[in-house]
Design a binder for this molecule. Structure first.
Ligand code: MN
Length: 285
């Protein structure tokens, strides 16, 4: 089977969110720039505390999951249920907002580098009103697989085949069956990974540009862009132009209507109105 081809490029745009955190948004920068079931991908990366220090004070979510993956820096998560979680460099947090969570995500440093990603994944209609839950993943819980031709992969969700064994990430049992990998390749290195046929897939190049697809007709993906992949075959990526780092994401599409109003993502306008009303009247969760 031929490898998935680069079908669409979604460049990231500089924006700001929370109380004034500078970030680059690719998926979700406009409503059309979604890859079902993925709603949004933000990259934050700065050595300047003014870009991140204000953080994300108390705010609500309903109807989807947020996945925060830290490369550098330290954030503290606190929610209205009394849960507290430390996000450490190399660690992650998988939060299922379900019917509602009100939380804050605040930097725990006044200097140094803050770098990472927040991904939003939609929930199926049947799960949008389930109770909120979350899972803090310590850095050492994320397996690192060294690739035979050089480079390495960290497996956050889903699993990777290494020879005749499977290495599974710490996040399992999500109904959209997500694959979340952080890949580093040396110049000239390559990476291939099967993805379930019918599942959506995209890559986000965060350092360097990638060549995507079979060698004969590989297409370039510029740095700090999301590349949406078409077809049903495996993903094939080469570092044709220097060393690279990228995320690979895949999941089962929901094929359900999406109505978003800020931090609420539901299937109908009425459900959004209900969410706003519930939040205003302290009934969100
Ligand atoms: Mn949040």
């Amino acid at each position: 089977m031929s490898s998935r081809r680069l079908q669409q490029i979604i460049p990231s745009v500089a924006t700001s969110d929370g109380a004034g955190v500078s970030l680059r948004r690719s998926l979700g920068s406009v409503p059309e720039a979604r890859v079902d079931p993925f709603l949004m991908l933000d990259e934050f990366s700065s050595d300047d505390p003014d870009d991140y220090i204000a953080g994300f004070p108390s705010h609500p979510h309903r109807g989807f999951e947020t996945v925060t993956y830290m490369l550098d820096g330290h954030m503290l998560h606190e929610d209205h249920l009394g849960n507290r979680g430390d996000l450490l460099p190399g660690g992650a947090q998988w939060m299922t907002a379900g019917r509602g969570i009100i939380h804050s995500e605040m930097p725990q440093q006044e200097s140094g580098r803050m770098r990472g990603f927040q991904l939003w994944i939609n929930l199926p209609a049947a799960e949008k009103m389930k109770p909120a839950s979350y899972c803090d993943i310590r850095p050492e819980q994320i397996p690192t697989v060294v690739l035979p031709g050089g480079g390495e992969v960290r497996v956050i969700a889903g699993s990777i085949a290494v020879g005749d064994r499977e290495v599974a990430g710490p996040v399992q049992g999500i109904s959209t069956e997500p694959l979340y990998m952080d890949v580093r390749l040396p110049s000239g290195g390559s990476f291939s990974q099967p993805v379930t046929p019918g599942h959506s897939a995209f890559v986000y190049a965060y350092e360097g540009s990638l060549a995507i697809g079979d060698d004969a007709d590989a297409r370039p993906l510029p740095a700090q862009s999301a590349g949406v992949l078409g077809g049903d075959g495996p993903v094939a990526i080469r570092a044709a132009d220097g060393p690279v780092r990228f995320l690979l994401l895949a999941a089962r599409p929901l094929h359900e209507p999406v109505v978003q109003y800020g931090p609420f993502v539901m299937n109908t306008r009425e459900e959004i109105e209900q969410a706003v009303d519930d939040y205003r009247n302290n009934r969100l969760a």
